[in-house]
Design a binder for this molecule. Structure first.
Ligand SMILES: [Cu+2]
Length: 438
């Protein structure tokens, strides 16, 4: 059960009012095994309609939690039964898909185990990153209103993101719901092989992640296995996930996730010996400035390569400045009259994402895991891809899950300012009532 309601949560030393699932931050971790069925009853005790979106999971559109697409949002006082079989193992998460709600506490990890897990490791840790202002600087809806009525903060820039890093400077950045003054500790032993599942559940913040004193071998991109690649640090956009493994040294080490271009940080401790001094969240982690993962380094395992595309379409990401707030567009259209990409069931199409704006966009497609075509040889399988300003990224989508699917920017403010289109096929658009009852 996921009981969504207003509550208070502790972020470490500070207690805040927010909306959360089961009074927890993050919401309860859902663990299942590929091929198994997840049954989750959403109970909506919020003062607003809500849905649960299962980010990255290839399921029936009726269970996708896309309000106005495949289901109506569940009204206050009602319930909705999410029932679906998870086809693929990997690291996923769930979150509300209504308005700015996921920038509150309405998110949690969804871990799908592989019944034939090929990766050997002794321990595994889930690391959910978030940017937090709810109950501190008003609500996320207040933040959206501020962004709509003020000039953006010129100081929020990052070379790694090609310019403006985000819209909002948050008072806190969290690992598993905790601030740097009361961090989470992941406990293991020296010499253990540890798997970290890193999820960026933030609304407006990319994180640069490193584990002090260690290199990281990246094994999965957005849930899917890739050929292992060893780096010192990686940048993770909103909606992305990376899994990495490393052999832990003796001591206590900072797991650092700096808010890219924002001068804040999320922090946890990895400890393998009792006596070692706890690292400071303000300490230097030199790995953050060393070799950074690039999409070009990543290659899906052969079994996950898609067939070659039969045709190419271009989606241009655009911006129109307006007094009432910027309008972020896909092929010149806004969410209220969205871009519609029609594809045929069974075909593979190449989508050229052409970013004609000054900001980066983490573009997320529901219901599919596409292949980012970094070269003729292939590229990683992903469901969320960062498109840097003025750049183009090719993604190949295999149309194997009929429905009308959301295709949008995972910068929540951009989504709310119009950056939402549709990829659809197989069935006409439907607005079913689903299994709402109660
Ligand atoms: Cu965007």
């Amino acid at each position: 059960m996921l009981w969504a309601r207003p509550t208070t949560v502790s972020l470490g030393r500070r207690t805040v009012s927010t909306w959360a699932y089961d009074d927890l931050l993050p919401g309860p971790t859902i663990r299942t095994t590929a091929g198994d069925t997840v049954r989750a009853r959403l109970v909506n005790d919020l003062p607003a309609p809500t849905t649960v979106h299962w980010h990255g999971i290839r399921i029936a559109p009726e269970m996708d939690g896309s309000p106005g697409f495949s289901q109506r949002a569940t009204p206050p006082g009602k319930t909705f039964d999410y029932v679906f079989t998870v086809p693929d193992p990997g690291t996923y998460f769930y979150h509300s898909h209504v308005g700015m709600q996921s920038d509150r506490g309405l998110y949690g990890a969804l871990i799908v185990e592989d019944p034939h897990e090929p990766l050997g490791y002794d321990h595994e840790f889930t690391v959910v990153l978030d940017d937090w202002l709810d109950g501190v600087n008003g609500t996320p809806d207040d933040a959206l209103r501020r962004v709509n009525t003020t000039m953006h903060d010129e100081s929020l820039t990052s070379p790694a993101l090609g310019g403006t890093s985000g819209h909002v400077r948050y008072p806190y950045y969290l690992v598993n719901g905790r601030t740097t003054d009361d961090p989470m500790t992941f406990t293991s032993r020296p010499g253990a092989r540890a798997r970290f599942r890193v999820i960026n559940a933030a609304a407006d913040t990319a994180f640069r992640v490193a584990l002090g004193g260690h290199r990281m071998t990246v094994t999965h991109t957005d849930g899917f296995p890739c050929e292992p690649v060893t780096v010192d640090t990686f940048l993770i956009g909103m909606g992305e996930r990376y899994d990495f493994v490393t052999t832990l040294d003796a001591g206590a080490f900072p797991l650092m996730a700096t808010a890219e271009g924002k001068r804040g940080r999320a922090f946890a401790v990895v400890r393998t010996t009792h006596g070692a001094r706890t690292p400071s969240p303000d300490g230097k982690v030199p790995e953050l400035q060393r070799q950074m993962l690039k999409y070009q380094d990543l290659q899906a395992e052969r079994a996950d390569q898609l067939p070659p595309p039969s045709r190419t379409v271009t989606v241009t990401l655009g911006l129109r400045m307006r007094r009432g707030g910027n309008q972020w567009m896909m092929n010149g259209r806004l969410a209220n009259d969205p871009m519609r990409l029609r594809v045929d069931r069974g075909e593979t199409i190449r989508i050229v994402l052409h970013n004609d704006t000054h900001m980066w966009h983490p573009m997320h497609l529901h219901g599919h895991t596409f292949q980012v075509r970094t070269s003729d040889r292939g590229g990683p399988r992903k469901d969320t891809v960062n498109v840097m300003p003025r750049k183009r990224v090719n993604i190949d989508v295999h149309a194997d899950n009929p429905g009308e699917w959301m295709f949008h920017c995972h910068t929540l403010i951009h989504q709310e300012q119009g950056m939402m289109g549709i990829l659809g096929y197989g069935k006409p658009p439907q607005h079913k009532h689903g299994m709402a009852h109660g």
